[in-house]
Design a protein around this ligand. Structure first.
Ligand SMILES: [Zn+2]
Length: 142
């Protein structure tokens, strides 16, 4: 029997529930949709979650793993589709090849800006060409 209470409504009716797929702010990311199974006590009365310090530390680790996995997927998608080298992709992103290599291996987390750029490049085929540093926007627009 749990002695914990909901911090919002005081109810003792708490269930352990998975938070997979839920958006969480993390570092400079406004929302990371958790792809890992994270279970916390949820109030059956008001839906408020009751998280311990250990839960919060675990969540941070899981959000980091989610971002790394998604980033690796985006990079693989782009490299496979474009048939380009990692150094080419780094030039499109405006980051050093070393940085991209560390991001791909999971040693470094990308900034939200880089993550978002990778996501766009992964899902929008034309954006790869437009983000080429050699692409002359004004010339192509006319
Ligand atoms: Zn409650």
């Amino acid at each position: 029997m749990s002695t914990k209470r909901c911090g919002e409504c005081g109810s003792k009716n708490l269930d352990l529930k998975s938070q997979i797929g839920k958006p969480y702010p993390w570092k400079d990311y406004p929302a990371v949709f958790l792809s890992k199974d994270y279970k916390v006590l949820e109030c059956a009365q008001c839906g408020n979650t009751v998280e311990s310090g250990a839960d919060v530390a675990n969540l941070s680790k899981l959000l980091q793993e989610t971002v790394i996995e998604q980033t690796q997927t985006f990079i693989e998608m782009i490299l496979t589709r474009e048939g380009c080298k990692q150094a080419d992709l780094a030039a499109h992103l405006g980051v050093s090849p070393e940085h991209l290599s560390e991001v791909k291996s999971g040693r470094k987390q990308p900034s939200f800006q880089t993550y978002n750029f990778l996501k766009t490049l992964a899902f929008e085929n034309r954006s790869f060409r437009v983000s080429d540093p050699q692409y002359n926007v004004l010339k192509k627009a006319i």
